[in-house]
Design a binder for this molecule. Structure first.
Ligand code: M7G
Length: 310
């Protein structure tokens, strides 16, 4: 790939977002053939691990005292260049679409309520209109075209198979920020609203196999993993986020957007054998950023909700 080389000549257009440890930039990257392409670059400082932190302290390039008082001191430090761990992790989206630019931009969030009626009228058509190219990366993983050597587990059941692999958010090393993703084979489950009793075996399987892998590979015992599902997700092909229970740094774990897999399983277990599922009856409340494709229509629907309630 030419991405690593082209990064050195990145042309910045604007900063999309800046939060602790992470910055998202929009600009131009030169791709194969010299063509300039719109690109998003997200740079994140990697986590420190307990095993490397002593090395870090003994190899600091420079240290400067900022202030001290009583028993407290705070300092700036420069890490030694020749560390075995990378200091930043870079994610590149190129060519970046308008949807990506919106997703990576700083946003004002409002909370909205999605009744089953609003789901049918607004959200379902929105999901159906999403071009399949948006989840090409999912199909590439499922069909064995990409990230082949990263797959940790594959369940090959015909209807309810799935794969488990490292999430692109993870640096593949730091266990304290472990981040895996389970992606189901079926194209029929677009989101949490599509879950039914018949999916219970698959959901329990994801929980069981990911726990086993986390134990075998990284020594994480039962209860050390948080499984959750996003609503709204960025990608409408059902997947489960699998993260270290002690890692609570990401916006993705915000209340409202993240639903514990355990809770979803429990709700399905309480579902009647027939009749509409709990996920066809629930009203779901979640935050939507003002750059989200659903923002305007959902905000309008809220006003209707309030008016009809008064
Ligand atoms: P989501 O809840 O749909 O959206 O989760 P979010 O990105 O707003 O959380 C999709 C998950 O898939 C995220 O955790 C992404 O980091 C991850 N992901 C996205 N892409 C494009 C890839 C990819 O190509 N490979 C892998 N391994 N993970 C990805």
């Amino acid at each position: 790939s030419t991405i690593p080389e082209s990064l050195k000549h990145f042309q910045l257009e604007r900063v999309l977002n800046e939060v602790t440890h992470t910055i998202a930039l929009l600009g131009q990257l030169q791709m194969e053939g010299g063509k300039l392409s719109s690109a998003i670059i997200r740079i994140e400082k990697t986590a420190l691990s307990a095993s490397s932190v002593l090395d870090v302290l003994s190899n600091l390039k420079d240290v400067q005292l900022i202030e001290h008082t009583d028993i407290y001191s705070w300092l700036f430090a420069w890490l030694n260049q020749s560390q075995d761990r990378p200091e930043v992790k870079i994610n590149v989206v190129c060519p970046a679409t308008e949807v990506h630019v919106r997703k990576y931009s700083a946003q004002q969030t409002i909370l909205v309520r999605e009744t089953p009626e609003i789901f049918e009228r607004i959200v379902k058509p929105y999901i159906a209109a999403f071009p399949p190219t948006r989840i090409q990366w999912v199909y590439n993983i499922l069909s064995g075209k990409s990230e082949v050597d990263k797959i940790l587990y594959r369940d090959t059941s015909e209807d309810y198979g799935y794969v488990i692999l490292p999430d692109m958010k993870w640096d593949l090393i730091t266990v304290s920020s472990l981040y895996l993703v389970a992606i189901v084979q079926s194209k029929d489950i677009r989101c949490l609203r599509d879950l039914r009793r018949r999916h219970l075996g698959m959901l329990r399987g994801i929980r069981r196999e990911a726990s086993r892998i986390a134990k075998e590979k990284w020594g994480l015992s039962d209860g050390s993993i948080r499984f959750f599902v996003h609503y709204q997700p960025s990608y409408y092909h059902f997947h489960v986020h699998i993260v270290n229970a002690n890692y609570i740094g990401t916006a993705g774990s915000t209340v409202g957007q993240a639903h514990l897999l355990d809770d979803l399983i429990s709700m399905l277990e309480l579902d009647p054998e027939d009749g509409p599922s709990i996920f066809e009856r629930l009203t779901l409340t979640y935050g939507l950023g003002d750059q989200h494709g659903l923002y305007e229509s959902m905000r309008a629907a809220q006003t209707e909700l309030w008016e009809s309630a008064s």
